[in-house]
Design a protein around this ligand. Sequence first.
Ligand SMILES: C[S@@+](CC[C@H](N)C(=O)[O-])C[C@H]1O[C@@H](n2cnc3c(N)ncnc32)[C@H](O)[C@@H]1O
Length: 210
Amino acid sequence: MVSDREKHWNKVYEKGEITRLGWYEEKAEQSLGLINTCGLHPSDCILDVGSGATTLLGSLLRAGYENIIATDLSAVALETAKKRLGADLAARVRWVVTDITSPENLAAPGEVSLWHDRAVLHFLIEEEQRQAYLHTLREVVRPEGYVIIAAFSLDGAKKCSGLDVYNYDAAMLTAFLGRDFELKKAFDYIYHQPSGAARPFIYTLFRRLR
Ligand SMILES: C[S@@+](CC[C@H](N)C(=O)[O-])C[C@H]1O[C@@H](n2cnc3c(N)ncnc32)[C@H](O)[C@@H]1O
């Protein structure tokens, strides 16, 4: 059965105006900058959570990363992403349509070297959803693997795409992930939507302890 959340996001991407979405980035500079510091091997598994139609995948493929999973609950989003990448690049990504709070066929336990989430966790408002997200993360991220989470900051918007969001700072994300994740980097970043509106984010990079 298609959930309301899935319907909502499918409708968003069905409009087809990807470059006008309120989270569109021509280049995911902040994410790429953090990923570059991780020193990953090209064959290390990168999981992009709530990938949408991000340009990050193309940047990663062109940089030589060859083990990428793109996951989203919206099948329309991932179909859009595939089309934008083109058949050759798209064939090099594992595409998984699933809800990150109750995932199916996502990744093997401990398979993921880098979990990347830009603007997804903050949509999980209920504590039960946040804990389910965390459960998935803890299941698939390997010891010494990395976690990047970018979310609307405490002084950021309270809604996105018509949905309420849960705002974060670095301390809240550190407490959320728990003691076996060490905060390596955190910075504020003001993203400007295609409309020009400012959307303050907190970007964080964590490493899981051994
Ligand atoms: C604001 S968009 C960000 C997309 C992408 N990360 C980016 O930076 O361009 C949020 C994305 O999260 C997806 N999403 C929302 N809730 C989700 C969930 N529970 N599980 C998986 N994906 C989800 C939406 O379909 C949407 O593509």
